[in-house]
Design a protein around this ligand. Structure first.
Ligand code: HEM
Length: 407
C-alpha cells in the first residue's frame, strides 16, 4: 500500500484510493460481494447456515470434511474480503461451537492454512474482525433503495436469532452516519494552511453534525438487539483468544504455527472512524493504568492496513487543536468544544448501551447461577478483551479533558 505517497495535507479527495476510503461510505466496503468462485462453494454453504449446523450438532464434522483449498483463485480485494469474512465465521463457530463447555483449542489445517494465508495477504489477523462482520457483511434489499435498516440485511448470521443482524447493521449505520465527516478533513487541513477560520469553523461544524447524527442512529440498537440474546448467545462467537481464560494459551492454527497464537475478538473498538476523530481533535488517550491508548493502538492492527495507514497519516497532518489554541479566538474554541462534546456524548451513550447489554445481564446471570466463579470475569470482559467499564470510562474521561472551556 502506498501510504506515504499522498498526505491529507494535499487537500484533494484523491486520498480515497490510497486509503481504501469511499467518499460516501468512509471505511465501509462499498457493495460487498456475496459469492465466491465455485471452488469455494462449500465454505459459503457452511457459513450461510452456521446457526443451524451448530444447533443440529454437525458443524464441526462438516468443517473437518472440507478439502484444504489454495487461495490462488481468490483474486481482488472484494473477493478476498468476502473469503476472510466467511472463514472468520467458520472459525468462530468451530472454536466456540456451543459455548463455554465445548471449546476447541485447535483449528484444523484445512481451514487454518487458507485462512492464515489469506489473512497475511490482506494484512488482517486470522480471526473475525470488525472489518469483516460489520464493514463487509451487508447488502441492500432493494439496490436502488436507501441505506436504512429496513432496506438492509447482513450476508451471514451468527447464533442468537436476529441479534447479529441488529448488532452488525446498527454498527454499520453508525459508521455510515459518521463517514461524511471524513471528507471534511482535507478541507480543515487546507483551512489551517491558509489560516482560513471561516472555512475551518464550517468544516468542523459539519463534523459535529455527523457525530450527532451517529448518536441518533446508535439509538436503533434498542429496537434491533435483544440484551439477553446478545449477552448469553451472540457474544461468545465474537470473543477472541487473547487474555481469555477459556483459551488461556490461544488457538493452535494447525499446519501453520507449532504453538498457539492469541488474537483479540471482534469489537467496534476496531472501527477506524472513532480513532479518526480522536486523532483529528488531538485527543491522546491515556497510557496510564488502564492502557487505553495501548489497547486502541493494538486495535489498529485489526483494521485493514490502508485504514491504519490513514490514521497514521492524519497524525502527521497539522494540529487542529494547536490551530484553535494559537488563535485564541473564542468562537473558534466554541466550535472545537462543540465537536469534543459531541464525541463525549456519543461515548457516554455507548457506556449506557454497554451497561444494558453487558453489565446488567452479567449481574443477572451471576445471580441466577449463583456460581462460585469470579462474578467480575463475565461482567468485565469485552469481546476485545478489555476491562469494559473501566476502559470505556477512561476513554470518555480523557476525551472530556480536552474541552477548552468549562462544561
Ligand atoms: C450492543 C451494542 C454494543 C456493545 C455491547 C458494545 C460493547 C463494547 C465494549 C465491551 C467495548 C470495549 C472494547 C472491547 O473489549 O470490546 C467497546 C468499545 C468500543 N465500541 Fe462498542 N459496543 C456496542 C455498540 C457499538 C457501536 C454501534 C459502535 C459504533 C459503531 C461502537 C463503538 C465502539 C468504539 C469506538 C469502542 C472503542 C472505545 C472508544 O473509542 O470509545 N460500539 N464496545
Amino acid at each position: 500500500m502506498a501510504q506515504d505517497k499522498v498526505s491529507p495535507m494535499e487537500g484533494s479527495w484523491k486520498i480515497d484510493k490510497e486509503f481504501h476510503i469511499d467518499e460516501d461510505m468512509g471505511f465501509i466496503l462499498p457493495n460487498p460481494l456475496e459469492d465466491l468462485p465455485d471452488k469455494y462453494a462449500d465454505w459459503i454453504s457452511i457459513a450461510k447456515i452456521l446457526p443451524d449446523l451448530i444447533e443440529n450438532g454437525t458443524l464441526r464434522a462438516q468443517v473437518e470434511k472440507l478439502p484444504q483449498l489454495s487461495i490462488d483463485d481468490l483474486q481482488g480485494h472484494k473477493l478476498q474480503r468476502l473469503a476472510h469474512l466467511v472463514l472468520g465465521y467458520i472459525t468462530m463457530a468451530y472454536v466456540w461451537y456451543r459455548g463455554k463447555e465445548d471449546v476447541s483449542k485447535v483449528l484444523p489445517s484445512n481451514i487454518a492454512v487458507p485462512y492464515c494465508k489469506l489473512s497475511e495477504k490482506l494484512g488482517l489477523p486470522p480471526i473475525l474482525v470488525y472489518a469483516d462482520c460489520v464493514l463487509a457483511n451487508w447488502k441492500k434489499k432493494d439496490p436502488n433503495g436507501p441505506m436504512i435498516y429496513e432496506n438492509m440485511d447482513i450476508l451471514f448470521s451468527l447464533p442468537g436469532g436476529d441479534c447479529s443482524k441488529g448488532f452488525f447493521l446498527v454498527s454499520l449505520l453508525v459508521e455510515m452516519a459518521a463517514a461524511s465527516a471524513i471528507k471534511e478533513i482535507p478541507i480543515i487541513f487546507n483551512a489551517i494552511q491558509h489560516q482560513d477560520q471561516v472555512t475551518f469553523k464550517k468544516a468542523l461544524g459539519e463534523i459535529t453534525s455527523c457525530l450527532n447524527k451517529a448518536h441518533e442512529v446508535f439509538q436503533q440498537v434498542h429496537k434491533h438487539v435483544d440484551p439477553n440474546l446478545f449477552f448469553s448467545v451472540l457474544r461468545i462467537y465474537l470473543s477472541g483468544w487473547k487474555g481469555n481464560s477459556l483459551l488461556k494459551d490461544g488457538l493452535l492454527y494447525e499446519g501453520v504455527w507449532d504453538t498457539p497464537r492469541q488474537f483479540s475478538g471482534g469489537s467496534a473498538a476496531q472501527s477506524s472512524i472513532f480513532q479518526c476523530f480522536d486523532v483529528l481533535l488531538g485527543i491522546q488517550q491515556s497510557t496510564g493504568e488502564e492502557y487505553a491508548a495501548e489497547f486502541l493502538q493494538d486495535m489498529r492492527t485489526y483494521m485493514p492496513p490502508a485504514h491504519k495507514a490513514f490514521l497514521e497519516s492524519l497524525e502527521k497532518g497539522p494540529s487542529v487543536r494547536e490551530f484553535v489554541l494559537s488563535n485564541g479566538d473564542t468562537s473558534l474554541k466554541s466550535v472545537y468544544d462543540e465537536c469534543v462534546k459531541a464525541l463525549v456524548s456519543l461515548r457516554n451513550y455507548h457506556l449506557q448501551v454497554v451497561t444494558k447489554y453487558i453489565v446488567i445481564p452479567a449481574r443477572q446471570q451471576n445471580k441466577d447461577n449463583q456460581t462460585s466463579e469470579d462474578p467480575s470475569e463475565a461482567e468485565n470482559r469485552g469481546t476485545g478483551g478489555t476491562n469494559v467499564m473501566t476502559f470505556l470510562k477512561t476513554v470518555r474521561n480523557t476525551t472530556e479533558k480536552y474541552l477548552m472551556k468549562e462544561g
